[in-house]
Ligand binder design. Structure first.
Ligand SMILES: CC(C)(COP(=O)(O)OP(=O)(O)OC[C@H]1O[C@@H](n2cnc3c(N)ncnc32)[C@H](O)[C@@H]1OP(=O)(O)O)[C@@H](O)C(=O)NCCC(=O)NCCS
Length: 194
């Protein structure tokens, strides 16, 4: 439940979606969303999310619609690398490996999920834009945004393309879940301000 003392950020547009920084108390909900959003083999561990929430609360955001917690988005601030390699994006990596808010200039969106009950309502873009706006305000040194998306995740790709992200690298067979055909990963980037 949202408390009156919670600091809540609106997202762009008139959609009612609001963001609040995640805390350790949100980990059960985060893992519910992770299971609803990603197939086995694509999921990240509770310990990885606990590290993210503890290390970078400003970039670990829960999304609320009315009285319901309906999504979450996670990010890190990295030092800029023109062509990041696949090792940067290992599933379940420790945020402390690259998170450097003092010297980093690139926001890396590590995960974004909405509950199935609110998908298809156009809330994906405001969730992403809300995260970028919130971090940009808190960390004015950030100049660009980076993410990796599975080439088969159509809704996510439409959101990123619509938000001005451009493909800068492709990792063949990056997503190699047990038992499923390997899927390609696309690295995309845009300036934080367009
Ligand atoms: C990615 C996610 C947050 C997007 O939210 P959503 O509510 O499904 O999507 P939206 O309603 O915001 O629509 C986004 C775009 O995708 C399109 N879209 C939505 N579902 C689609 C589907 N099943 N097939 C094709 N296109 C789809 C919409 O038409 C829209 O495109 P447009 O802006 O060009 O019209 C949500 O699908 C999700 O949580 N998925 C599971 C986890 C995931 O893939 N996360 C992203 C990678 S980290």
């Amino acid at each position: 439940m949202l408390k009156n003392s919670d600091q809540v950020m609106p997202t762009p547009g008139n959609n009612g979606l609001r963001l609040r920084q995640a805390t350790a108390n949100d980990l059960d909900r985060i893992m519910d969303l992770e299971h609803q959003g990603f197939a086995a083999g694509h999921r990240e561990a509770r310990s990885a999310y606990a590290q993210r929430v503890g290390t970078f609360p400003q970039g670990s955001l829960m999304a609320w619609l009315g009285a319901d917690c309906v999504g979450c988005v996670f990010s890190e601030i990295w030092r800029y690398a023109p062509q990041p390699d696949a090792a940067h994006f290992t599933l379940g990596h420790d945020i402390c490996e690259r998170h450097d808010p003092a010297q980093g200039t690139e926001l890396y969106i590590s995960s974004m999920t909405l509950a199935p009950s609110v998908r298809g309502l156009g809330l994906g873009a405001p969730l992403l834009q809300g995260c970028m706006a919130h971090v940009a305000q808190a960390f004015p040194g950030v100049t660009s945004v980076l993410l990796l998306v599975n080439a088969n995740w159509t809704a996510a790709r439409r959101i990123y393309a619509g938000a001005g992200f451009e493909e800068i690298a492709r990792f063949d067979r990056f997503f190699d879940a047990n038992g499923a055909a390997p899927e390609h990963g696309l690295v995309m980037r845009r300036p934080i301000a367009l």
